[in-house]
Design a protein around this ligand. Structure first.
Ligand SMILES: NC(=O)c1ccc[n+]([C@@H]2O[C@H](COP(=O)([O-])OP(=O)(O)OC[C@H]3O[C@@H](n4cnc5c(N)ncnc54)[C@H](OP(=O)(O)O)[C@@H]3O)[C@@H](O)[C@H]2O)c1
Length: 240
């Protein structure tokens, strides 16, 4: 990963933050993207304090103009992009949607439309360079039929990402532009609380963000023409 420019959306907390810290330790230059400037400043500082390179870019991934401006600022700063990790995501549930009539649309905008627009902004760079790596942080609910009564819309947003990433396999087949989709089961983060929910889950059944980040880095480290495509992750004691 030495000197590779990695763009990570949702880098202010949770998996995106952990992945940013780990990749920076491996020598990657990190473009940290999220809405919360306060948290992004802290992540950048932690990376810099450990001798790594990072810059932050405040961007709401539901805003296509903001995405295009952000990618152009990233190019000004780092001159290229080697990896895009589409990680930003939000949780929703039926009872939350009852309280906010726009929540279905908002969740699709963050989890499905945002990653597509980020892909569109970065793909000309990869196509010009004739190489690059798109990573989609999906969910195990975007791979298997979920056992859920209240995560229907969240599941649909992730299946939209599955469909898009699968379609891209055909577009980039035979090129050195790589695609990886990560399908994690539950891992410990504040995704529920950030949505105004509380899963109250048994954390002994949930992965750590560091373990999920390890799997992403495993895929990024594949050399030459080797492409690690779809990765499902879960603890053995989580049954769904
Ligand atoms: N946690 C799990 O159990 C689990 C399981 C499977 C898959 N996933 C997926 O893993 C990814 C990361 O989740 P996490 O658990 O780490 O969640 P998290 O801790 O809540 O972090 C979500 C990140 O997304 C960013 N984000 C949210 N809305 C955004 C927007 N409109 N524009 C830009 N950034 C936005 C947040 O930053 P700001 O608020 O600062 O913008 C934050 O950095 C998500 O795609 C999630 O669906 C999570």
């Amino acid at each position: 990963m030495q000197n590779k420019v990695v763009v990570i959306t949702g880098a202010s907390q949770g998996l995106g933050k952990e992945l940013s810290l780990q990749l920076a330790k491996l020598g990657a230059k990190i473009a940290l993207v999220a809405r919360s400037e306060k948290l992004l400043v802290e992540v950048k500082k932690e990376i810099n304090d450990n001798g790594g390179t990072a810059e932050y870019f405040v961007c709401d991934v539901t805003d296509v103009d903001a995405i295009n401006l952000t990618v152009s600022k990233i190019m000004d700063t780092f001159k290229t992009v080697d990896v895009l990790v589409n990680n930003a995501g939000v949780w929703t549930a039926d009872y939350l949607e009852e309280k906010d009539k726009n929540l279905v649309e908002k969740t699709f905008m963050v989890n499905s439309v945002g990653p597509i627009n980020f892909y569109k902004a970065v793909s000309p760079i990869f196509e010009k360079n004739k190489k690059g790596h798109f990573v989609f942080i999906n969910s195990i609910w975007g791979l298997n039929l979920p056992e859920t009564k209240d995560g229907l819309v969240y599941t649909a947003t992730k299946w939209a990402m599955t469909g898009f990433a699968n379609a891209l396999k055909y577009k980039y087949g035979g090129t050195d532009i790589k695609l990886t989709s990560i399908f994690p089961g539950p891992f410990v983060s504040n995704i529920d609380k950030n949505a105004g929910d509380d899963f109250g889950d048994d954390e002994s059944k949930e992965m750590k963000t560091s373990e999920v980040a390890d799997a992403v880095i495993y895929a990024l480290n594949a050399t030459g023409k080797m492409q690690i495509g779809d990765i499902e992750l879960k603890y053995t004691n989580w049954n769904s």
